[in-house]
Design a protein around this ligand. Structure first.
Ligand SMILES: NC(=O)c1ccc[n+]([C@@H]2O[C@H](COP(=O)([O-])OP(=O)(O)OC[C@H]3O[C@@H](n4cnc5c(N)ncnc54)[C@H](O)[C@@H]3O)[C@@H](O)[C@H]2O)c1
Ligand SMILES: [Zn+2]
Length: 303
């Protein structure tokens, strides 16, 4: 909830319920003017240094400067964010559900609906069924894709993947995984692939199972200096490959839309929450995520 606003703020007021965006944008740099706010230059310049878009920090501790984490720093009772990083959503959506919209939900649902624009009747493969992949699955289902193949190396993800819209499940790492996906689409491969695991193996699989002329959307992330080897033939055949941060997010357009879709019963959020924790036990949530035991842990603050 918004506690206080600066003099120049016009879009939100104290008392508003908001979801924070980890990619706020200035609105007038080279990329913002070209409708690519995810590439906003002040954000790219200052976020890695732990600063807000003006290159400054608003935090101190005992006189020493502190930094902002990804322009959000919401692992605290209060945080300072730029106006474009606080997006008003309907008050009816509970905070513990609304907070999920700001990263994995936007990224996965947006990849299917905004970036790829999956059409009704299409075939889709989603590789990696964590929070991002599950939301790519439900984005494909929202667009009425006909064949939705969930792929994960963990067989325990099959049940939740199916509940988020998967029509089939393939175990990654099986010798026949590529053929299993292709056989569901008359041997061609799927119209769309969403890579949501962030590893060399999942990237390799993604390019193999997207059909000639199809779209591969890479959402996962490896270390930026890691080399990834690909079979060149897997890139051929007029495949269209795009890497997306944040699923084409336009937060002021999309966060209220996603919140309303939840309130209308069209978007699953409750099922993403495996664990609720108070702030002082936050590291237990990170540990459980690292072990792959949970989808998302939500930090609850006293009302
Ligand atoms: N593009 C973006 O804006 C954006 C936003 C958030 C997260 N991410 C990235 O997306 C990826 C997924 O995030 P998450 O939070 O859902 O992660 P997660 O760890 O919760 O889930 C990853 C899933 O992938 C599966 N997996 C791992 N290796 C695999 C393989 N080789 N083949 C198939 N499945 C495999 C795991 O079993 C797990 O179910 C990460 O790389 C993360 O950094 C990107
Ligand atoms: Zn900008």
């Amino acid at each position: 909830m918004v506690e206080r606003v600066g003099d120049a703020v016009t879009q939100v007021s104290p008392g508003d319920h908001v979801v924070c965006s980890w990619n706020p944008h200035c609105g007038h740099c080279f990329y913002c003017e070209r409708d690519q706010p995810i590439l906003c230059e002040p954000f790219a310049r200052h976020q890695p240094a732990g600063h807000l878009l003006d290159g400054e920090s608003r935090y101190t501790l005992d006189g020493a400067k502190l930094h902002h984490f990804s322009v959000v720093s919401s692992h605290a009772e209060y945080c300072v964010v730029p106006e474009s990083g606080a997006i008003r959503v309907p008050e009816a959506i509970p905070f513990d559900r609304a907070c999920l919209i700001g990263c994995g939900v936007m990224t996965g649902v947006g990849a299917a609906t905004r970036v790829a624009r999956v059409e009704a009747g299409a075939s889709v493969a989603v590789i990696g069924c964590g929070a991002v992949g599950l939301n790519a699955l439900q984005g494909a289902a929202l667009e009425q894709a006909a064949v939705i193949v969930a792929v994960d190396r963990d067989p325990a993800r099959e049940a939740i993947a199916r509940s988020f819209g998967a029509t089939h499940f393939v175990l990654a790492g099986d010798a026949g995984a590529i053929d299993q996906v292709k056989n569901l689409t008359a041997g061609r491969g799927t119209d769309y692939v969403f890579e949501c695991a962030g590893s060399e193996a999942s990237l390799q699989l993604g390019f193999e199972v997207v059909r000639p002329g199809g779209h591969a959307v890479i959402l996962g992330k490896t270390a930026v200096n890691q080399k990834v080897s690909l079979r060149f033939g897997s890139l051929m055949g007029e495949k269209r490959i795009v890497r997306s941060s944040y699923g084409g997010a336009r937060p002021r357009r999309d966060f209220p839309w996603l919140a309303q879709a939840y309130l209308d019963g069209k978007l699953k959020l409750d099922e993403l929450i495996s664990l609720r924790l108070p702030l002082d036990r936050i590291n237990e949530g990170f540990d459980a995520m690292r072990r792959g035991e949970i989808i998302r842990a939500v930090v609850e603050f006293p009302a």
